[in-house]
Design a protein around this ligand. Structure first.
Ligand code: FAD
Length: 462
């Protein structure tokens, strides 16, 4: 056993929750260590956000090149794309390592287990290290849910394997039409894979309103993706050439044949296994999540939990946001979380983004609202970019005009949504957005026009 080491803050997990928490803790003057059993940067950097967006970008560029030059070879382009993806991942992971080092954070490799309320053991290759801590931040993230009927292995992949195929599959059946399934399905379709998405609910991208999803579905169909809704996968038979997947749809048993299956039905928090929550008296909810207060503090006051292991959307920026709050709370600052303005983005073509409340949610909550809308099809910059599909929708309180929520489907929705997140964060009104001078010609003018539309409707309603 190695020497006992002691720190002010021990962070377990180095994803966008853990590494940001460690950085903030060190910036605030606390001795800090972060433990990682896998790769620095966590899921997001290594097998999530970053590699998926690198491949999606490459697929988009391949599709454009193919339109100009039909002889561009898909196989070679995909090989290049995988090389590019890995270079991006390595650069990003290197950046995280550099930041931790320069901030003075000790990075410990190994699997951490809580032994008691102030001690963790770290299992390293052939050795055990014990570390004592004043505070701990748990940021152990999540892993793909495995379906009992479709266990991972062979031709049945999780998102992790789907991001690392060395060749383009001729066909792919995606089980689960959430954002990961849609993003990866469309990426492969652009490289020429025949993609079928089986979604258990009534539409892909459940949780987004139907009018926002429609332009994405249109483009998926144009890219050759077959979408089958209300379809539940029940069994897969693997053979040398691929698999035959059996599913139930409209009370009928049907089959689809594909070279690979990709299962994207959600993620499970890493709170089970060897983390040792029971040794500190921490329990999890039925879904395996750890309950926390507004400062991300668990039922054990000096132990905090952030990111995918806590309630709320499993997103990198939510994890990083909570990371800062937890580290600041440990430093005695009055920081608390405010979840009203967490953007949700789907990196499909066209992109889809939402922040705050939807029109449907406002109706359900009995909040009288005005909805302002404007389309990319009347925006000069979108026309010049040949990117016309989509629109911006802003939901404002009918009486005050305060922005309650916004949704965008269209080009650069992922970037544009930040202006609307800021509006919600600052309590801005649609008039503030409408009066803000947006440069011309830019995509941002669609936001201004949607706000103007809402202001006009408010005046009529008065
Ligand atoms: P993670 O990133 O999961 O990191 C947890 C780390 O803890 C892991 O590295 C793990 O090895 C380590 N760990 C676990 N247990 C222990 C232990 N006992 N000891 C030591 N180390 C341990 N989110 C977005 O916001 N935008 C996107 O575009 C996006 N795209 C995605 C695409 C895909 C394909 C996937 C799978 C996910 C995507 N996500 C995206 C989700 C995002 O990756 C997660 O929400 C985010 O990584 C969660 O961060 P985290 O810090 O909670 O945990």
């Amino acid at each position: 056993m190695n020497d006992l080491k002691s720190v002010d803050t021990l962070v377990i997990g180095s994803g966008p929750g853990g590494y940001v928490a460690a950085l903030r803790s060190a910036q605030l003057g606390m001795t800090t260590a972060v433990v990682e059993r896998g790769r620095i940067g966590g899921v997001c950097t290594n097998i999530g956000c970053i590699p998926s967006k690198a491949l999606i970008g490459e697929a988009h560029r391949f599709k454009q090149r193919k339109q100009w030059n039909h002889t561009v070879a898909a196989a070679a382009s995909f090989e290049d794309a995988q090389g590019f993806k890995q270079a991006v991942v390595n650069k990003q992971a290197g950046g995280v390592q550099y930041l931790l080092k320069t901030a003075g954070v000790s990075v410990l490799e190994g699997e951490a287990r809580l032994i008691d309320e102030h001690t963790a053991s770290i299992q390293q290759a052939g050795a055990e290290l014990r570390i004592s801590f004043k505070h701990a931040i748990l940021a152990t993230g999540s892993r793909p849910i495995e379906l009992a009927a479709l266990p991972y292995g062979g031709r049945i992949m999780s998102s992790t394997e789907a991001l690392s195929l060395s060749q383009i599959p001729s066909s792919l059946v995606v089980i689960g039409g959430g954002y990961i399934g849609v993003e990866l399905g469309q990426m492969y379709a652009k490289f020429g894979t025949k993609v079928t998405i089986l979604e258990g609910g009534g539409q892909v991208l459940p949780g987004f309103e139907a009018d926002l999803v429609a332009p994405v579905v249109r483009q998926l169909n144009e890219d050759g993706v077959t979408i089958i809704t209300d379809a539940i996968a029940v069994h897969a038979e693997q053979d040398a050439g691929g698999l035959t997947l059996r599913y139930v749809c409209q009370d009928e048993q049907r089959t689809v044949r594909a070279e690979y299956a990709l299962v994207t039905v959600g993620r499970r928090p890493n709170t089970d296994g060897g983390l040792g929550l029971e040794n500190v008296g921490l329990q999890t909810t039925g879904r395996g999540l750890i309950e926390t207060d507004a400062q991300c503090r668990t039922a054990v006051p000096h132990i905090f939990a952030i990111g995918d292991i806590t309630e709320g959307p499993a997103l990198a920026h939510k994890a990083s946001y909570e990371a800062k709050v937890a580290a600041e709370a440990i430093a005695g600052k009055p920081s608390i979380v405010d979840y009203r303005a967490i953007p949700l983005v789907v990196f499909s073509e066209p992109e889809l983004a939402s922040v705050g409340l939807t029109e449907t949610a406002c109706k359900e909550q009995g909040i009288p609202v005005i909805v302002g809308k404007s389309s990319f099809s009347i925006n000069g910059r979108a026309l010049a970019l040949k990117e016309e599909p989509g629109f911006v929708k802003i939901i404002a309180d009918q009486a005050s005009g305060i922005v309650k929520g916004a949704q965008i489907v269209g080009i650069e929705a992922s970037t544009l949504i930040s202006e609307l997140a800021l509006a919600i964060e600052m309590g801005a009104t649609v008039e503030d957005l409408a009066m803000t001078i947006h440069p011309h010609p830019t995509l941002g003018e669609v936001i201004m026009e949607a706000a103007e539309n809402a202001v006009r409707k408010m005046r009529i309603a008065k």
